[in-house]
Design a protein around this ligand. Structure first.
Ligand code: HEM
Length: 523
């Protein structure tokens, strides 16, 4: 299992001796010359022992930081402070605290921590939505993204979701016949990617091996690598910024982004503008001609949406399938619910009728709760000193949520280690309205908080709904078989670092058509 921490990713295997040695030297200077400030009347946030000079808690975080942080929360409570190099991390693990910090105090907690690659190279000094601080330009980009991804706008895309889901099911059926099983992620990645590409550029691909898809994933993969500490030692040890300046890494990063991301996206934008399909690019250039985004703003926004919107949804769907393979009764119940709908209405349900499928919708919520898509969401930053519930949070502190601890909170969720969709069945709400509603009614927290809450939530929710309706109405899924013909259990405990997200460990599964008398024929 790999070590994973989002934005920036710390992968200790990638801390070279030169970075470590320079960190020691630089941080000694930092400690000698930095001012010691006190904050009258305010308490220090509880902080774990094993805080070593220079590196702070960096190496105490262990191989799986989420698990160590979970332990520290059990020992010290729902808010803890860590020192990681020269960075201060404030980690919260309680829904109410997170809500107060990120939503109610959002005016001072909605910045993003500075990271050289994200800010200077990828976002060209602050353009786009995801990786930039809470500036005026972010506000404008975010408002545009919110418009593109609004419920009304996404609802018009249901045909795209349905078509991609049908193609996926058909392809998986053929692959199971041919190869015996299908991969846990690849087909879901293609659906999610095609949904985003159709939405943004009016373009889809037949295969994940298509050269353009390969180039896109290669770009995203390298993008995730540049997020690691090795590539931005300056944010952990400010005195190390010179390393980036001296080495030609900055130039390499810049060349990489221009030669790959910019080239790819400008080409896609050109095609979309000349094409006939309705898509975000067309709408930005034609319908909303009054908006004040320029070509570079639009290119970076599209890149943000592709990066934020494809792997996340694919991984969420892969977790739900993984759980269903280990607990076959879930599939039986979902199918019974869909069958009841189709026999009453003579057709498959639309997303607007999701409330008539409370078990499927609750399973989606429970799957997101049971296995979080990210370890820590995306970090925010304190843009000024904050007095938070009698604690002092220093300006510049990185503010993160411990998703695992939050989703395994036994005050909020009874028997949190168990997969129980029924826990959400007493009151139907969509995932998006729960996430944007009162704190007590939130079902899970994967989509973040406050002013930075995920604007793609409607798209993600509708896409997942359409995929599961199409998959479970016409097919049965079952685990792959070993060489003796025995079903292989899926490992739900481990996860693999998939850039911004935590994916299930690879598994295979079979999909077969349901018996003809059960099958509702899609026309
Ligand atoms: C299961 C699917 C998804 C999950 C779990 C997810 C999760 C998140 C999280 C945790 C954040 C950061 C929120 C914060 O800072 O508090 C975020 C931001 C964002 N997401 Fe998603 N996301 C998903 C799908 C999508 C999709 C489908 C899109 C676009 C089509 C999208 C676009 C964005 C954008 C643009 C942001 C940046 C918002 C900002 O910084 O202002 N996401 N998402």
């Amino acid at each position: 299992m790999s070590i994973q921490q989002n934005f920036p990713t710390i992968n200790y295997r990638h801390i070279s001796p030169i970075v470590a040695a320079s960190a020691v030297a630089a941080s000694v200077c930092y400690f000698l010359f930095s001012k010691n400030t006190s904050h009258k009347g305010l308490n220090n946030i509880p902080s774990p022992k094993r805080n070593y000079p220079i590196f702070g808690h960096m190496f105490s975080l262990g191989k799986v930081p989420a698990e160590q942080i979970d332990e520290w929360h059990k020992e010290l409570g729902p808010i803890i402070q860590l020192q990681v190099g020269s960075q201060v991390w404030v980690v919260v693990s309680n829904p109410h605290l997170a809500h107060e910090l990120f939503t109610l105090r959002g005016s001072v907690t909605s910045a993003r921590p500075s990271h050289f690659y994200f800010m200077d190279i990828y976002s060209r000094g602050g353009k786009g939505v995801v990786f930039v601080s809470a500036t005026k330009s972010w506000k404008m980009a975010r408002a545009t993204a919110m418009g593109l991804l609004s419920f009304a706008s996404v609802k018009r895309l249901s045909g795209v979701f349905q078509k991609e889901a049908d193609i996926m099911v058909d392809y998986m059926l053929k692959s199971t016949k041919k190869d015996g099983s299908v991969d846990s992620l690849k087909n879901l990645q293609l659906v999610a990617f095609n949904v985003i590409m159709s939405t943004c550029f009016g373009k889809r691909y037949n295969s994940i091996e298509d050269p353009e898809v390969v180039s896109m994933f290669a770009f995203i993969n390298q993008h995730n690598i540049y997020a690691r500490i090795e590539d931005d030692p300056g944010s952990f040890f400010p005195y190390l910024s010179w390393i980036l300046n001296l080495s030609n890494k900055k130039r390499k990063m810049d060349q990489f982004v221009r030669a790959n991301r910019d080239k790819l996206f400008y080409e896609l934008i050109k095609e979309a503008r000349n094409g006939t399909s309705d898509c975000f690019v067309k709408s930005l250039y034609e319908t909303d001609a009054k908006h004040s985004l320029n070509d570079l703003d639009i290119m970076i926004m599209m890149s943000d949406i592709v990066i934020a919107g494809s792997e996340t949804t694919a991984v969420a769907m892969s977790w739900l399938i993984a759980v269903t393979l280990n607990y076959p009764e879930i599939q039986t119940k979902i199918q019974a619910e869909i069958d009841a709908f189709t026999s009453e209405y003579g057709r498959l349900p639309e997303f607007s009728e999701a409330h008539k499928l409370p078990y499927l919708c609750s399973t989606q919520k429970e799957s997101l709760r049971y296995r979080s898509i990210t370890t820590f969401g995306l970090p925010h930053e304190a843009s000024e000193d904050i007095d938070f519930k009698g604690y002092h949070i220093p300006k510049g502190a990185m503010l993160i949520v411990s998703m695992k601890t939050l989703h395994m909170n036994s005050d909020k969720y009874k028997d949190p280690e168990k997969f129980i969709p029924e826990r959400f069945m007493d009151k139907y709400t969509t995932i998006s309205s729960a996430a944007n509603g009162p704190i007590l009614e939130r079902d899970q927290y994967n989509f973040g908080w406050g002013r930075r809450i995920c604007p793609g939530i409607h798209l993600a929710e509708m896409e997942m709904f359409e995929v599961f309706i199409r998959l479970f109405s016409s097919c049965d899924i079952s685990p792959a078989l070993d060489t003796n013909g025995n079903p292989i259990k899926v490992d739900l405990e481990g996860f693999r670092d998939y850039g911004l997200v935590d994916a299930p460990l690879p598994y295979g599964f079979r999909i077969t058509e349901r018996a003809a008398d059960l099958l509702f024929q899609v026309t």
